[in-house]
Design a protein around this ligand. Structure first.
Ligand code: AMP
Ligand code: ZN
Length: 469
């Protein structure tokens, strides 16, 4: 039985899908104005693990992910600059060029991290009419008002506003006295359609009955998820920062328009934090997957790191912890190579082992079905690796089966995976630094030194490959 922690109830609940034949899963996608940072990617890894656990449980999954290419301001409420415009100004390109470039970059990151692709990937700019239609429905129900040309959602018209975040309606009412946007009746009201404010240099705009304008960020997820998954679906995910504003507002829009429950299970991933605190794209200090790769790590080292911490626990990132993850992951890959070599040599598979195998399978399923307890599932994997009774063939079979959930691409582990000692790794890192500073002379000297110690370094497009000569 699969149990998942539902943010709505703040409890683990048994999972039962609405439809027999599929699970409807909506994951809030990236705002494509810059590279995703590894914090964002932690959330996408968590969502990928969820999807893989559902598939492992033999559910079919209909996964929809949006691409936000319009309407997201630098604050999740309606404050600040348009993120897409910010990207366009930074790079001297059009917002459309920015959106295309960073969407492609994001898809590459997903591939590098061995994530399963969504069944439907939908861009906000391709669905503006759906958003306008949804705003009209809300307008017909009297849940909107127009101020300064913008269409606002009136949260006081939705009695359940804030249930997800456990906001107190009385406090919200009182909060009305500390207005930020003078056009809002309540500070928690939010824009559904912009026609006046935040309009300077706005390139993306569409005609509508409310005037030429563009949609707010929250309406896109309500409109697109309902278009593809229906007005009542199973699971909606994102990072924990989405609980108080984005997802709260999505619920207000969708349930306000339909008059009934929208999503059964809300799931949220905890943040990846730096030693210094939260990592955010807008603060400018971000670590991308490309940067991590340029330091000589395999993207899957990062995936392995994510598996080590439960998705509802904050993960403090440091290169030391990534080193430890890389080392453990390399150890695992080397074991696979060893098992592969030996599997036919001394095959001691036996019927007695069936019971052991069943126990490992049961422990694994228990771990993943307990709200995706990956650290525990990883411990089961390591017990299999170290088991004294199982044959190498039996071990490989179990490992590859478990990897359908971990997604570490273990079936494709190549022969050249090697354990590199700390001093070689340091030389490889120094060489990388030298290359970055365009000090190719030093980089070549370091390559020679690494060679003298018995290793070769290759700079492929997938990162640096170190091999034993
Ligand atoms: P954005 O592109 O800003 O809309 O964010 C994409 C996803 O990353 C959302 O689900 C966010 O909740 C999530 N997110 C943002 N920052 C972090 C972080 N530091 N750690 C984990 N997830 C994050
Ligand atoms: Zn969303």
């Amino acid at each position: 039985m699969l149990t998942l922690f539902n943010t709505l109830s703040r409890k683990k609940e048994e999972f039962h899908p609405i439809h027999k034949d599929y699970v409807g899963l909506y994951t809030c996608g990236p705002t494509v104005y810059f590279f995703a940072h590894i914090g964002n990617l932690r959330t996408y890894v968590f969502e990928d693990l969820l999807k893989r656990v559902l598939l492992f449980n033999k559910f079919k999954v209909k996964h929809v992910m949006n691409i936000t290419d319009v309407g997201h301001l630098t604050s999740d409420a309606d404050e600040g600059e348009d993120k897409m415009l910010k990207g366009a100004k930074r790079e001297g390109k059009t917002v459309w060029e920015i959106a295309k470039f960073y969407e492609d970059a994001f898809m590459k990151d997903m591939e590098k991290l061995n994530m399963l692709m969504p069944d439907i990937k939908c861009k906000a700019t391709d669905h503006v009419q759906d958003m306008i239609d949804l705003i009209k429905r809300l307008e017909d129900k009297g849940m909107t008002y127009i101020a300064n040309g913008n269409v606002y959602y009136d949260i006081m018209k939705f009695p359940h506003y804030g249930v997800l975040a456990r906001l107190n309606m009385e406090e919200l009412r009182a909060g009305a006295r500390i207005e930020i946007d003078e056009h809002k009746r309540n500070p928690h009201d939010f824009v559904l359609w912009f026609t006046k404010s935040k309009f300077e240099n706005q390139e993306m705009k569409w005609p509508s009955k409310f005037g030429v304008g563009y949609p707010g960020w929250h309406i896109e997820c309500s409109a697109m998820s309902m278009k593809y998954l229906g007005e009542h679906f199973d699971i909606h995910c994102g990072g924990i920062d989405h609980i108080p504003v984005h997802h709260t507002n999505e619920i207000a829009q969708s349930e306000g328009a339909t008059g009934h429950k929208w999503v059964n299970y809300w799931m949220h991933g905890e943040f990846l934090v730096m030693d210094k605190g939260k990592m955010s794209k807008s603060s400018g200090e971000i670590l991308t997957l490309n940067f991590v790769q340029s330091k000589g790590y395999d993207p899957l080292d990062y995936r392995y790191l994510c598996l080590n911490t439960h998705y509802r626990t904050p993960l403090t990132f440091s290169f030391e912890s990534l080193d430890a993850a890389r080392s453990a992951f390399r150890g695992l890959k080397n074991k696979i190579i060893e098992f592969r070599k030996n599997q036919d040599k001394h095959d001691k598979s036996s019927d007695a082992n069936i019971i052991i195998i069943e126990k490992y399978n049961a422990d694994f399923i228990e771990a993943i079905n307990d709200d995706l307890n990956m650290p525990k599932a990883l411990a089961v994997l390591w017990s299999v690796v170290r088991d004294k009774d199982l044959s190498d063939k039996e071990k490989l079979h179990l490992i590859f089966e478990f990897d359908k959930v971990f997604g570490l691409d273990l079936v494709n582990v190549a022969e050249e995976t090697i354990e590199i000692t700390k001093d070689i790794q340091e030389l490889v890192d120094q060489r990388q630094e030298a290359r970055k500073k365009k000090d190719f002379k030093k980089a070549d000297e370091l390559r020679e030194l690494i060679k003298e110690k018995g290793y070769s370094v290759d700079d492929s497009k997938d990162g640096i490959k170190v091999k034993k000569i």
